[in-house]
Design a protein around this ligand. Structure first.
Ligand code: 2BA
Length: 109
């Protein structure tokens, strides 16, 4: 058995959980926060038999897409500047999904 942990955007997590449960997989959503943007995202844990992992990955890829987030580059040192002098926000690509996988040693109910 494998544990798949997928970090996804909150905009995609509803569709991902729907698709996983409709396909018979079990999943747990944990609210999380990205270390770089400090914005909310979701970590979805899916424990699946090894032969089901390919389908789980396909469902994640089908339901989670990449988007651009705007990152404001304003540092406290620039705050005296007027709005027209401030650097423009930087576009950062986020998602579709960051996926980690590892072997499950034991699965107990
Ligand atoms: P964040 O850490 O908020 O990162 C959001 C996006 O910012 C990343 O998208 C990436 O495009 C960019 N980014 C992150 N760190 C950067 C840096 N040091 N310099 C420049 N750009 C940077 P994704 O790669 O799609 O990651 C989305 C979320 O997945 C991350 O949110 C984080 O919560 C998680 N994640 C990604 N890689 C991870 C890793 N190696 N370990 C743990 N969590 C990870």
């Amino acid at each position: 058995m494998k544990m798949v942990a997928a970090i996804v955007q909150d905009l995609d997590v509803g569709n991902l959980l729907d698709a996983l449960t409709q396909a018979g997989h079990r999943a747990t959503r944990i609210s999380s926060t990205g270390g770089f943007l400090r914005r909310g995202n979701s970590t979805v844990l899916i424990a699946a038999e090894a032969k089901q992992v390919e389908e789980v990955i396909r469902i994640i890829k089908d339901t989670c897409r990449q988007r651009a987030e705007l990152l404001s580059q304003v540092s406290p040192a620039l705050l005296p500047l007027g709005p027209t002098e401030l650097p423009p926000p930087m576009e950062v690509p986020v998602g579709g999904a960051t996926i980690f996988m590892w072997e499950v040693e034991q699965f107990l109910y």
